[in-house]
Design a protein around this ligand. Structure first.
Ligand SMILES: NC(=O)c1ccc[n+]([C@@H]2O[C@H](COP(=O)([O-])OP(=O)(O)OC[C@H]3O[C@@H](n4cnc5c(N)ncnc54)[C@H](OP(=O)(O)O)[C@@H]3O)[C@@H](O)[C@H]2O)c1
Length: 252
């Protein structure tokens, strides 16, 4: 087992479940000294931290709230820490019917997925080490027009765009910025966010099985592997990219 994150400190937003939790586990497995994890639900966050162990630091917060983000930054400062990695991963997936989408739906999806990612990274920048790494969670939908998902699709296109511009904006500090774009990955988002029934989930999985060259959906650890690669020195000459981890679904 490699120890690429020995003595390093990482922040994972949306670290309580799914891809974020798998990434937090992987950072710790690879030697991280401390991993801050955030999410809105206190119970889920506490359960995740208990599973991850003493090196996981749960900080409850909503990425759409600048006040919560500021509190997170102050906690990192008061712990006397600097971050080596920011994994801005928290996000929601919700359908929106074009024609009847409300302002509240727009504000919620864009507020978490776009504003949330923007202000997570901007707020935490002063406590990110020079030479550090930022990884953003986009999605293969950043370049797709999946029906009834215009806000989600656009939010992920914005996140992909942030990786391009911030790679430039942060170059003087030697900070690399990349996006990971998962394909269909088995996480609670399909039930909690998209509200899919068991039957719909099975239909989705069958579609992926037929359409993706690798013939199956991903497990969160497979996305986490790519996140750790982008965050590590193995990716020392990689910045501004979008790395698709989708079993080939959107590549063929
Ligand atoms: N699963 C997939 O197939 C897939 C594919 C492409 C991209 N993605 C992206 O991957 C990321 C992680 O999703 P996932 O699939 O791992 O789903 P998940 O298990 O539902 O994880 C989402 C995480 O984000 C947190 N979160 C949501 N809204 C938040 C907010 N406003 N503030 C702080 N934390 C928030 C959730 O906790 P709380 O709800 O308690 O806040 C949870 O920890 C998302 O950005 C998603 O869009 C997923």
């Amino acid at each position: 087992m490699s120890n690429r994150f020995s003595n390093k400190v990482a922040l994972v937003t949306g670290g309580s479940t799914g891809i974020g939790f798998a990434a937090a586990e992987a950072f710790l497995r690879e030697g991280a000294a401390r991993v801050y994890i955030t999410s809105r639900s206190q119970d889920t966050l506490a359960a995740a931290a208990a599973t991850l162990g003493a090196k996981a630091v749960p900080v409850r917060g909503d990425v759409a709230s600048l006040e919560d983000l500021d509190r997170l930054k102050k906690q990192v400062e008061s712990d006397g820490e600097k971050l080596d990695v920011i994994f801005a991963n928290a996000g929601v997936a919700e359908y929106n019917a074009f024609g009847t989408t409300s302002e509240a739906e727009f504000d919620r999806i864009i507020g978490i997925n776009v504003k949330g990612v923007f202000f997570t990274v901007q707020t935490l920048l002063p406590v990110l080490r020079d030479g550090g790494a930022v990884v953003l969670t986009s999605s293969i939908v950043s370049a797709k027009g999946m029906p009834n998902l215009s806000l989600y699709n656009a939010s992920k296109a914005a996140v992909r765009s942030f990786a391009r511009t911030w790679a430039n904006d942060l170059k003087e500090r030697g900070i690399r910025v990349n996006a990971v774009s998962p394909g269909v990955t088995e996480t609670p988002i399909f039930v909690n966010g998209l509200k899919l029934t068991q039957e719909q989930q099975e239909g989705f999985a069958a579609y992926v099985k037929q359409s993706a060259p690798l013939g199956r959906v991903a497990v969160p650890a497979e996305i986490a592997s790519a996140v750790l690669f982008l965050a590590s020195d193995d990716a020392s000459y990689i910045t501004g990219v979008e790395l698709s981890v989708d079993g080939g679904l959107a590549q063929v």
